[in-house]
Write a protein that binds this ligand. Sequence first.
Ligand code: FES
Length: 153
Amino acid sequence: MNRKTFLKGSTSLFLLTATGFSLKSCSNNVDSNVSDDNIVDSTSPGITVEDNRIVIALDSTSGELLAEKNGWLLIRDKRVLVLNTDGENINAFSSVCPHAFCAVNWTSRNGNFTCTCHGSVFNSKGEVQSGPANQDLSSFQTSVSSTQIEIIT
Ligand code: FES
C-alpha cells in the first residue's frame, strides 16, 4: 500500500467513523417517552371539538396517556400540546413554536417539551428554557373533571 492509497483509505475510515458517530448520536436522541400514541388529531377516539373547546375523555387512550405525571399529547391538527404537570393538573399550550413557527415537531421528556425543528426547550409552564426561541409558548385554559379534560383554545 503506497502513501496515497493509505491516506485515501484513512480518509474513508475517518468519514465512516464520523458518520457512524453522527448516526449513533442521532439515534441516542430518540426519546423513549414518545410513541405514536402521543401524537393525535381532533378526530382521534376520545377527543371531541366544539367551537373553541377540545374535550379529551379520560377513559380513552389519549386520556390514559394524560393520567400520569409528565404524560403528554400533541393534538396535531389543533396545534395544541397537553401535559400532566404533577399527576393531577393539566397544562395546554399552542404547539406553534415562537422561534420559526414549527407546529407539529415536538417531543417531551420529564415535563419539558422540545421543538425538534431547531431544539428549543420549554418547561411544564411553557416557559422557554433554551433557544433559539426567545418567547414562551402561548397557554390555554384547562379544567379537569372526573371524566374529561377540557381545553379552551
Ligand atoms: S421553530 Fe422551534 S426551535 Fe425553531
